[in-house]
Design a protein around this ligand. Structure first.
Ligand code: NDP
Length: 287
């Protein structure tokens, strides 16, 4: 029997609806509008689309977004000066610096300059540390979206063997931390795989829950998946056949119990979690 589809798009819409209600309540109680400052440096067309979509999402749930567009030749000091200004601005609750940054600008230096209280992407070392300690302020949007998907679809993670392919700071590592943390959507036994893992398929075949964030189109095939497993595909690749993920959807759906599609799986949830983090930042700013 073909796998059940985990519809991230529908779930993201439901979450946005909840956030719209919570945002309206926040505005009514505080007379301030949760506000996201988006910083877009350079002219990468994909980044342009991502930022535009994130701003549209804000609008849809009643949040404010302010775009700061900087030319590709912006210096690191100019960018740091803008971040310092946004850090101080009480009308700004969340700061998002769209990656990648133009050549010559050190990403780590910029991300560390963002106030941890406004760091809605959760990339600042303080927020990473808090996540590792199990007391997060913000959770990185993509793994947070995956965790919400599992929880809201009623997929049990406790005691299960979760295998994560990928160890990036943005997806793989925080995903593994969340799945192994105590509580809902956690308590799993986690294996992290990467490009140096020997016999990847031997690991993936043991997974009750397989999260794939390798950045390799269709690399996970049916023979790598345990029958009935939950397969979450984080990958996104623009190909001649349209958007595809890291999972060979057509073959894997015949083996898996549940599977996320691409598009319409993890992507929309990532965007919804950015809104959730922005509302959290606005709420925390009152504390
Ligand atoms: P990175 O390139 O930063 O990390 C990829 C990871 O996969 C690395 O840890 C790498 O190992 C590992 N890897 C690569 N090839 C293999 C292989 N053959 N076998 C096992 N492991 C492998 O990517 P990201 O984590 O940033 O993103 C992953 C994918 O998710 C991309 O397609 C990206 O576009 C997508 N993405 C989607 C989002 C969404 O909202 N849906 C959000 C963010 C990303 P090593 O460390 O050894 O190099």
């Amino acid at each position: 029997m073909a796998a059940q589809i985990l519809d991230g798009k529908a779930m993201a819409q439901a979450i946005q609806q909840e956030l719209a209600e919570q945002t309206a309540e926040y505005i009514q109680n505080t007379a301030t509008v949760p506000t996201l400052a988006a910083v877009l440096a350079g002219d990468d067309p994909a980044s342009d689309v991502y930022v535009r979509n994130k701003r549209k999402d804000c609008e849809r749930v009643g949040m404010e977004s302010v775009l700061h567009r900087l030319p590709a030749e912006t210096s690191e000091d100019d960018l740091l000066a803008l971040i310092a200004k946004l850090n101080k601005d009480q009308a700004v609750h969340g700061i998002l610096v769209q990656l990648p940054l133009p050549k010559g600008i050190r990403e780590q230096r910029i991300l560390q300059a963002i106030s941890p209280n406004k760091d809605v992407d959760a990339f600042h070392p303080e927020n990473v540390g808090r996540l590792v300690q199990g007391r997060p302020r913000f959770v990185p949007c993509t793994p947070y979206g995956v965790q919400q998907l599992l929880i809201r679809c009623g997929i049990e993670t406790a005691g299960k063997h979760a295998v994560v392919i990928g160890r990036s700071d943005i997806v793989g590592k925080p995903m593994a931390i969340l799945l192994s943390a105590r509580g809902a959507g956690g308590d799993a036994t986690v294996t992290i795989c990467h490009s140096r893992t020997a016999d990847l398929a031997a690991h993936t075949r043991q997974a009750d829950i397989l999260v794939v964030a390798a950045g390799r189109p269709k690399m996970v095939t049916a023979d790598m998946v345990k029958p009935g497993a939950v397969v979450v595909d984080v990958g996104i690749h623009r190909t001649e056949q349209g958007l595809v993920g890291d999972v060979d959807f057509d073959s894997v759906r015949e083996v898996a119990g549940y599977i996320t599609p691409v598009p319409g799986g993890v992507g929309p949830l990532t965007r919804a979690m950015l809104l959730l983090n922005t509302l959290t930042a606005a709420r925390e700013s009152l504390a």
